[in-house]
Design a binder for this molecule. Structure first.
Ligand code: 5GP
Length: 203
């Protein structure tokens, strides 16, 4: 058995770029890869389940968690707070489970500071027109909300150089295959492996 720590994959994208579906599909298709469930003060959308999609909590509770140092990163996104549990992340890394963090660019910056071996992937929409069309097709957001999300999308895309990999989500299956290739390649990276077992091979 090749033992190693879990790898942290940070995946960011403007909303509507297809990141949530890609993250779900990749965790369904690979072993030992799990999706970190964030805490948020946003209200659940229809179909979303507490504890599966997010932990939906009050702003007071969120602020208490910030004060207690419970978050590995947290950010203000679209007028709501979002954060990743530090304990869950560190436990998974220690156990050797790889983790996908579906977080925004502010959160990605914070993770980059504290987790030097994390891998950063940005999902790009093919064009702003396609992004707008996808947001409108979701029908869950009002015009004003869509306008805000498009503005934010442009701001997020400007941060692309923070990321190790860029995937253009023109075709879902192709984007998924690219994401899977990144995860598989990173798992074979020499610096991620514990080397003791190689020494035993040579004895
Ligand atoms: P949504 O409300 O559409 O689910 O997510 C809005 C944005 O918040 C997305 O860009 C998503 O990646 C980001 N987000 C979700 N969870 C977290 C988190 O724990 N931390 C940060 N920084 N961003 C998050």
């Amino acid at each position: 058995m090749i033992e190693r720590e879990g790898i942290l994959f940070v995946v960011s994208a403007p909303s509507g770029a297809g990141k949530t579906s890609l993250c779900k599909a990749i965790t369904d298709s690979l072993d030992r890869l799990t999706h970190s469930i964030s805490y948020t003060t946003r209200k659940p959308r229809p179909g979303e389940i507490d504890g599966r999609d997010y932990f939906f909590i009050s702003e007071d509770r969120f602020r208490d968690m910030i004060d207690a140092g419970d978050f590995a990163e947290h950010a203000h996104v679209h007028s709501n707070l979002y954060g990743t549990s530090k304990r869950v992340l560190n436990d998974m890394i220690r156990e050797g489970t790889d983790i996908i963090l579906d977080i925004d660019t502010q959160g990605a910056r914070q993770i980059k500071e504290h987790y030097q071996t994390a891998v950063f992937v940005f999902i790009m929409p093919p064009s702003m027109a396609i992004l707008e069309e996808r947001l409108r097709n979701r029908k869950s957001d009002r015009d004003e909300e869509i306008r805000k999300r498009l503005q934010r999308a442009a701001d997020e895309i400007r941060e692309y150089s923070l990321y190790d990999y860029i995937i253009v989500n023109r075709d879902f299956e192709r984007a998924l295959s690219e994401l899977r290739s990144i995860v598989v390649a990173e798992r074979c990276r020499t610096t991620m492996l514990k080397h003791d077992w190689i020494d035993t091979l040579l004895k």
